[in-house]
Design a protein around this ligand. Structure first.
Ligand SMILES: [Zn+2]
Length: 410
């Protein structure tokens, strides 16, 4: 339907301010603010009705309907002896007239944070949203923009002018939510995500939670990185995991350092070197980077070094049999030491290569190249038959892993 006719129909039943009228036709031309579009529609409708009126068509009722929300029409009617009062906008009740007034408060609330990008959100009174829905449904409006969208955009633009940078919907560091119900402004600080790799030199530092035998966690060691950006907590997301007594060497393991609610979004991105953990230089990333890294770690290839102690001397013939394990698919029931997973679950992972050096009669050094997710300790020991095939079973000996290192994460 012709937008002018549609507007006439809507205004017959509902007084709407320039913004709320213009917003019903927002998709019919971008780059124009709704209030401007609404005013233009009203001006055109006014001209049409005055034209009809002067040509003897009775347009009085439509003129009165428009007059409720359009001053020139009220003046025209007054000059023809019809007095009219201005009516409040049915949808917003005047709320949209000056939403920009919140911009200063938002800018002030953001002042204490050193951030790069921001976004505006809003809480809009329920009855306003309901009245907007009512009109959109009743008149089959398909070209509208939501009132919330307009409010966020307009406050965002005004804040942007104050802060000299535009709002950013894609990757905001901070989100300021303005409540049009009670006028409060809440600021949410999004986490800062930093991509890097870490090397763990220690056998007493746990990658995950604190565990018996571990003196520290990697997160605790990385605390100086947290303090560079402020904020209450640092969380490490890694591509796979190693036990606390396993060193992570080589190029290190890909990881994302998450700083919760940072006070600063810009800061020192250099790495960190400690006796326990070495962190590579960092670069900012996104949630998507975390997802991708975690997905990739399930299939990426890992190289391990294990030192194993045998219960009996191992012969050269025994060792030669280990070549048969290259290319094997290892089936593993969940190791008994891992309680959080279903003990009956079965995991299948490939072993690509095995190199063995006999250090002493009963001491072996194994280099195992395998698919990510293989329980390597259990692959060596056999875990009481729960992992098959295994190094211990193939040698016909009982093995204990005394040292394990991750040498490479491809
Ligand atoms: Zn309105």
């Amino acid at each position: 339907m012709d937008p002018l006719e549609k507007a006439r129909e809507v205004l017959r039943q509902y007084p709407l301010c320039d913004s709320c009228l213009g917003r019903l036709f927002a998709a019919m031309g971008y780059g124009v603010e709704n209030s401007e579009r609404g005013r233009a529609i009203k001006t055109l409708l006014h001209m049409r009705l005055v034209y009809d009126y002067r040509n003897g068509i009775d347009a009085t009722e439509d003129l009165k309907a428009l007059g409720r929300v359009h001053a020139p029409t009220r003046r025209f009617l007054a000059s023809n002896g019809i007095g009219m009062e201005e009516a409040r906008c049915y949808i917003c009740g005047g709320l949209l007239r000056d939403v920009e007034k919140y911009a200063e408060g938002v800018a002030k609330a953001l002042e204490q944070i050193e951030f790069g990008t921001f976004q505006i959100g809003s809480v809009v009174p329920k009855d306003v949203l309901e009245r907007e829905r009512e009109i959109v449904a009743k008149f089959g409006i398909e070209t509208g923009e939501s009132i919330k969208h307009e409010i966020n955009r307009r406050i965002g633009r005004a804040v942007g002018e104050l802060l000299k940078r535009p709002a950013n919907k894609e990757r905001p560091d901070v989100v300021a939510t303005v409540s049009l119900v009670d006028g409060t402004i809440k600021v949410a600080r999004n986490p800062l995500l930093l991509l890097g790799r870490y090397i763990k030199l220690s056998r007493v530092v746990s990658q995950g939670k604190p565990v018996p035998g571990a003196l520290k966690t990697v997160e605790e060691v990385l605390d100086p990185v947290r303090s560079r950006f402020g904020g209450p907590a640092l969380v490490l997301h890694a591509a796979g995991r190693e036990d606390f007594d396993v060193r992570m060497l080589g190029n290190g393991r890909p990881a994302v350092v998450e700083i919760k609610e940072p006070a600063r979004y810009r800061g020192d991105l250099s790495g960190l070197t400690t006796d326990w953990v070495i962190l590579s230089p960092l670069k900012p990333g996104t949630r998507n980077d975390v997802r991708e890294m975690k997905a990739k770690s399930k299939t990426s290839i890992k190289l391990y070094r294990a030192v194993a102690l045998s219960d009996r001397p191992v012969s050269a013939e025994d060792l030669a049999r280990l070549k048969a394990l290259e290319g094997a698919v290892v089936v593993q029931r969940t190791p008994r030491r891992i309680k959080r997973l279903n003990p009956r679950a079965r995991r299948r992972r490939m072993v690509y290569n095995i190199e063995v050096y006999q250090v002493a009669d009963r001491v072996l050094e194994l280099f195992i190249r395998c698919q990510g997710g293989l329980y390597v300790k259990e692959f060596v020991t056999g875990d009481g038959g729960r992992t098959q095939p295994s190094v211990a079973e193939t040698l016909g000996a009982s093995l204990e892993v005394v040292e394990l290192d991750v040498l490479d994460v491809e």
